[in-house]
Design a protein around this ligand. Structure first.
Ligand SMILES: [Zn+2]
Length: 235
């Protein structure tokens, strides 16, 4: 392998290591973001349970009020009953008392139902509060892990950037602009090895003549835009 091919192989490898570190660096904020979304989702659920509890309490309160009102009404009717003047009036009053008493019995069932519902929703609210706390703890843990890892990764990236610059030093000036554009567009993928005459990026096959030239150290970009280098002594 010529110095050119060896140099390009090294440059490609350093680019790939740098890219792996850079990908690690972008992964951290993405992990944090997904944990934040999980916290928001749990908070939304909790809010829904709290609303449901509020609603159940309002229902129970309103039915209780209705029950009290009916009880007062029944007491009034009973008072009136003591002072009735006719059988007809007596029948009407006792009929009303019976109907209101029946209505109250239904209300009492409904109140019991509403109280049971309140108990259930209170359990759900408690569970949901625990879920929010767990999601928040998870977010805090991941945030701490990411930030602890970040300094080391930044340092590694800086070291690898310097290594890339060092590995680029042998590139001839007339190659540099096209190489820079390829790095801009493709990142670590700006270079491609050629094995058995095939570009490892796009699978284009080089002619035997071009392969000989590449192995001899000629600078060549593939039609896919990658700076090519030969890695094996095959043809
Ligand atoms: Zn190619």
């Amino acid at each position: 392998m010529t110095a050119t091919n060896q140099g390009l192989k090294t440059l490609h490898e350093v680019h790939q290591r740098l890219q792996a570190v850079q990908e690690d660096l972008t992964r951290g904020p993405r992990q944090i973001q997904s944990k934040k979304i999980a916290v928001d989702r749990k908070k939304t659920e909790l809010e829904a349970f709290r609303q449901s509890l509020k609603q159940a309490r309002m229902t129970a309160d309103s039915k209780n009020l209705q029950l009290k009102t009916n009880e007062n009404k029944i007491n009034d009717l009973k008072t009136k009953l003591n002072a009735v003047g006719s059988n007809r009036e007596y029948e009407i009053l006792t009929g009303q008392i019976a109907a209101d008493t029946m209505a109250n019995s239904v209300l009492e069932d409904e109140i019991l139902e509403a109280l049971t519902k309140i108990d259930q929703v209170q359990i759900e609210v408690k569970q949901s509060e625990a879920d929010v706390a767990a999601a928040e703890a998870d977010l805090a843990k991941v945030t701490a892990e990411v930030s602890a890892r970040e300094a080391g990764l930044q340092q590694q990236a800086a070291v690898l950037q310097a290594e890339v610059a060092k590995a680029e030093a042998f590139l001839p000036n007339d190659i540099v602009p096209q190489y820079r554009r390829a790095v801009q567009a493709f990142g670590a993928d700006a270079l491609a090895s050629v094995q058995n005459r095939f570009c490892s990026h796009c699978n284009l096959q080089l002619t035997s003549q071009r392969m000989l030239e590449l192995k001899g150290g000629k600078w060549m970009f593939c039609s896919c835009g990658r700076l090519m280098y030969a890695v094996a002594d095959d043809n």
